[in-house]
Design a protein around this ligand. Structure first.
Ligand SMILES: Nc1ncnc2c1ncn2[C@@H]1O[C@H](COP(=O)(O)OP(=O)(O)O)[C@@H](O)[C@H]1O
Ligand SMILES: [Mg+2]
Length: 269
């Protein structure tokens, strides 16, 4: 079984999908302690499908998605649904995707059905043994789709901007994970910490909020800081890996550090 990490916070626009995509990119180029390069699956649990698109996946409307994996309600349903991403970089072959489109919304109405919250976990059972890590990109509410992700995950990680509403949203997410893991039959689910993203170090208010975040969450829970860089936004817009964007060394650096920390704190099997 892969180590599964859900990426979430209780607010949109705070860099969840950016984290899922860029951490995946850096991890695929990283190294496990064994010297092997990690293989990563991205599960898109946001009906907006932003992570899927940014990974270069082109929706023809015909490919199966995570929606079908959950709807199947059978063990291992995801096994045949993994798809290659659309990037052409060499390391992209170590990344597979369970994409999403708007049809994922149709699963929300099943929330009241017995055991419905377990259906992603069930779909992934035995379907991720060929992978080291799965990153699950969540949407920003605590509704059924997020609960499906949390029931399937081993760990969670947040991303937040350096402002008060964002930090409060990450805190709500942390508390939800800690308090509700047990209700999702996932007692060991933990919150690894928060990545502060889109930080403008010339803005004194944001610098102060970075300090506040360290106090609020604890120094060791602030995983790292990713500066706000137009280049990162345009790489998302153009659905490109950073290695294919000119002058991206500085933009790649924080993600490489984060990937190193990730490999240390989330040991693969
Ligand atoms: N470090 C960054 N610098 C510049 N733009 C960023 C950065 N991180 C994210 N963005 C942009 O901010 C917007 C919101 O990020 P996104 O990952 O979509 O958030 P979420 O998934 O939480 O809604 C996107 O347009 C994304 O490209
Ligand atoms: Mg998103």
């Amino acid at each position: 079984m892969a180590k599964r990490v859900a990426i979430g916070t209780n607010k949109g626009g705070d860099g969840k999908s950016a984290t899922a995509v860029r951490l995946t990119e850096a991890l695929a180029q990283g190294q496990l302690p064994s010297g092997r390069r990690p293989r990563i699956g991205v599960v898109d649990m946001d009906p907006q499908g932003n992570a899927s698109r940014r990974l270069g996946w082109v929706d023809t409307g015909k490919q199966p998605t995570v929606n079908e994996a959950i709807k199947a309600d059978t063990k291992g349903a995801a096994a045949d649904l993994w798809q290659p991403i659309g990037w052409t970089a060499e390391f992209a072959e170590r990344i597979v995707l369970l994409p999403a489109r708007l049809t994922l919304e149709n699963r929300i109405k099943e929330a009241g059905e017995t055991g419905a919250w377990r259906r992603l976990s069930k779909a992934l059972k035995g379907a991720d043994d060929h992978l080291d890590y799965i990153l699950i990109d969540c949407h920003s509410q605590f509704s059924h789709l997020t609960q499906l992700a949390l029931a399937a995950a081993h760990h969670t990680l947040s991303s937040s901007q350096a402002d008060l509403d964002s930090l409060n949203s990450a805190r709500r997410y942390r508390d939800f994970v800690v308090e509700r893991g047990e209700d999702l039959a996932n007692d060991d689910l933990d919150w690894l910490g928060v990545i502060l993203s889109q930080v403008d170090s010339r803005n004194s208010g944001e610098v102060q909020q970075v300090k506040n975040a360290r106090e609020l969450f604890g120094e060791e829970k602030v995983w790292g800081i990713v500066p706000r860089m137009t280049l990162l936004h345009y790489a998302d817009e153009d659905a490109k890996p950073l290695c294919q964007v000119r002058d991206s060394t500085r933009a790649r650096a924080p993600w490489e550090l984060l990937a190193q920390r990730f490999i240390k704190e989330v040991p693969a099997r």
